[in-house]
Design a protein around this ligand. Structure first.
Ligand SMILES: [Fe+2]
Length: 321
């Protein structure tokens, strides 16, 4: 059985209209809409649902809304789903919806599995010329007016019991620990081969269950910058970014989300195999970010403090909404 990644997530919020505007600016496509529920898709068909808190049938939240209520993971075929059914049957909150099965994880989150429905994509991404390799020839690098996320790449939760929650994902779903804050946090990937983490579990000093952030994969660093600047121009507030994680090596940008906690654009995380040996780190700001800009950047950010205003504009500057 192989878990392939995140297929769908469900947020619950009382501010559905606010969330609608936020995720459209974020770059998701709205594919279905009712007064109580929005359904968005990313480029590869990964789904983001935003349900009004009063929607009947929603799984309970880890914390008061707005927050994430459910994560659906993909598996690589019908045989894998049958294996998962055997493994999960009898777990707390056991759910059998036929094509989608699941249970409740030890942290209280509704976890579901289905055969993956995401589409394979071929996208043209920025190629980087380095001293050793020069793949981009007679071609300018890309610049993005806004982001179009490819998929939900990882989810991050505060947990009450790191060992129990981590063991559930390792023993039942085949997740692998990539790196650790011993006793405090596990970066986990859903299969031995893949990106650095699909999930990060963090046990705060006073353990509690909750959402920390949901991260959306974009094509390259330029899309992180272009997407983030678009969000800033639309008036959404940066929590931290752009910046770079020493653990996973990814470039990131975090925004405050009306659907709960934070959302992140990220790209260029480490790719791992079964040969990777987990490393241990002590949590702290310099381990979280090699560098980061507090408050973000936008098209009006000046590199040259003496540049004349307001006439001088960067090539990439856009007018404010
Ligand atoms: Fe992240």
């Amino acid at each position: 059985m192989k878990v392939t990644g995140i297929e769908e997530i469900t947020f619950a919020s009382r501010e559905v209209a606010h969330c609608r505007r936020f995720f459209l600016d974020w770059g998701l496509r709205l594919v279905q809409e009712t007064p109580l529920e929005l359904l968005f898709e990313s480029l590869n068909g990964c789904r983001v649902r935003v349900a009004h808190s009063d929607t009947p049938g929603l799984p309970p939240g880890l914390e008061p809304d707005p927050t994430l209520r459910e994560v659906v993971w993909g598996v690589d075929g019908a045989e894998a789903l049958a294996q998962a059914r055997e493994r999960l049957h009898g777990q707390p909150g056991w759910f059998d919806g036929g094509a989608r099965i699941g249970c409740t994880d030890p942290n209280g989150l509704a976890v579901r599995l289905q055969v993956t429905r995401k589409r394979a994509l071929k996208l043209s991404c920025a190629r980087t010329n380095t001293w050793g390799e020069r793949p981009r020839v007679n071609q300018p690098g890309p610049a993005y007016e806004r982001a179009e996320p490819i998929e939900v790449g990882h989810v991050v939760f505060f947990v009450k019991d790191l060992q129990a929650t981590s063991a559930f994902y390792e023993d039942t779903l085949g997740f692998v620990v990539s790196d650790r804050y011993p006793g405090r946090g596990h970066f986990m990937r859903c299969a031995p081969e893949g990106g650095h983490h699909d999930m990060f579990l963090l046990q705060p000093p006073e353990p509690r269950a909750g959402l920390n952030h949901v991260a959306f994969t974009v094509r390259d660093v330029h899309e992180v910058f272009g997407g983030g600047m678009h969000m800033a121009r639309q008036g959404w507030s940066t929590e931290l970014g752009p910046g770079r994680h020493p653990i996973s090596s990814a470039i990131f940008w975090y925004f405050d989300s009306p659907a709960g906690a934070l959302v992140e654009y990220y790209t260029d995380e480490d790719e791992l195999t079964a040969d990777w040996q987990p490393r241990d780190f002590s949590p702290g700001p310099t381990v979280f970010a090699e560098w980061a800009i507090k408050g973000g950047i936008d098209g009006h950010t000046r590199r040259q403090k003496d540049a004349p205003a307001p006439g001088a504009q960067f090539l990439t500057a856009r007018s404010a909404p």
